[in-house]
Design a protein around this ligand. Structure first.
Ligand code: NAP
Length: 275
């Protein structure tokens, strides 16, 4: 990664496209997409601030990042369902790094696959608190710092489930439809300010996502990926790094990214399947 040409009035202006000198915050970095994104951002030159509830996993991650990339990496415990935890996290990040250029709102989950009729209301509440309120609060607290950076970027993890609902996914889909609505509203609200807003909307990615969804039932979780080549967390991290390393005037609005074996929220080509 180095520089790129931005054509301004027909003239090539060299523009930095790596993260050197910039700080990126990644929520939900203890596993899956968030973890791999923190690593990929550090490889692209960003210093990284990471948060999640499982702090011991974050300590391993920041050690790995510092060892492998030489970038600064720092972790704070973060529960995005708690306003107090978000406040302490943001204070820690800003106190430590002094500025923030990129916010990756990645912390999120699906819980359960039951229809509305029999769905678990505690699961519904936790999805709403994490995927919607958590993202809103993190964004609200960090907007002033992103604006002050002069080159800010908000990357929200949406989903193909934010474009298409499916049976048993009502509340998870609702939260990801909400993320899409929030992302669009932010693009309007921040127009004219130096903050880009991007939504990365993956299809099926093999992470701990399904294990969490099925409350730790690994046999149910592994069935989700049977016979398909799902995306990996690295595939999505790659898309995020692409978005945040475009020149400052280029806003990647939304990326819907699926495996070659997926053609819709619940439509898969499964090897060995009879229909
Ligand atoms: P994952 O492996 O389960 O990772 C989820 C991350 O979110 C973990 O680091 C978890 O950390 C964190 N998290 C959960 N609740 C949290 C809370 N209350 N406060 C702070 N962090 C919290 O799943 P993933 O696939 O990487 O998911 C990442 C994002 O991608 C989610 O927003 C998900 O909706 C989205 N997505 C995933 C897929 C997929 O198929 N995997 C598809 C589309 C979109 P702790 O448990 O340590 O807190």
């Amino acid at each position: 990664m180095g520089t790129t040409c931005a054509y301004l009035k027909g003239e090539c202006v060299e523009m930095a496209i790596d993260g050197r000198g910039k700080v990126a915050v990644v929520t939900g970095a203890s596993s899956g997409i968030g973890r791999q994104t923190a690593i990929a951002l550090a490889r692209a030159g960003f210093d990284v601030a990471v948060g999640a509830r499982r702090k011991e996993r974050l300590a391993e991650l920041t050690d790995e990042i510092a060892r492998e990339t030489g970038r600064k990496a720092h972790a704070w415990a973060l529960d995005v369902t708690s306003a107090e935890s978000i406040d302490a996290f943001v204070q820690g990040v800003v106190g430590h790094f002094g500025r923030v250029h990129v916010l990756v709102n990645n912390a999120g989950k699906a819980l359960g696959r039951d229809p509305v009729e029999t769905g678990d209301e505690a699961d519904w509440q936790e999805m709403l608190d994490t995927n919607v309120m958590g993202l809103m609060r993190m964004t609200k607290r960090l907007i002033p710092h992103l604006v002050a950076s002069g080159d800010g970027h908000i990357v929200n993890l949406g989903s193909i489930a934010g474009h298409e609902s499916y049976a048993g996914g009502s509340v998870y889909c609702a939260t990801k439809f909400a993320v899409r609505a929030i992302t669009e509203a932010l693009r309007h609200e921040l127009l004219g300010k130096p903050v880009r807003v991007t939504s990365i909307d993956p299809g099926m990615v093999e992470t701990e996502f399904s294990l969490v969804r099925f409350h730790g039932d690994s046999s149910q979780a592994s069935k989700v990926y049977q016979g398909v080549r799902p995306l990996t967390a690295d595939d999505i991290a790659d898309c995020i790094v692409f978005a945040v390393t475009r020149p400052a005037h280029v806003n990647i609005d939304q990326m819907i990214v699926t495996s070659i074996d997926q053609a819709g929220a619940r439509v898969f080509h499964r090897q060995g399947a009879t229909s």
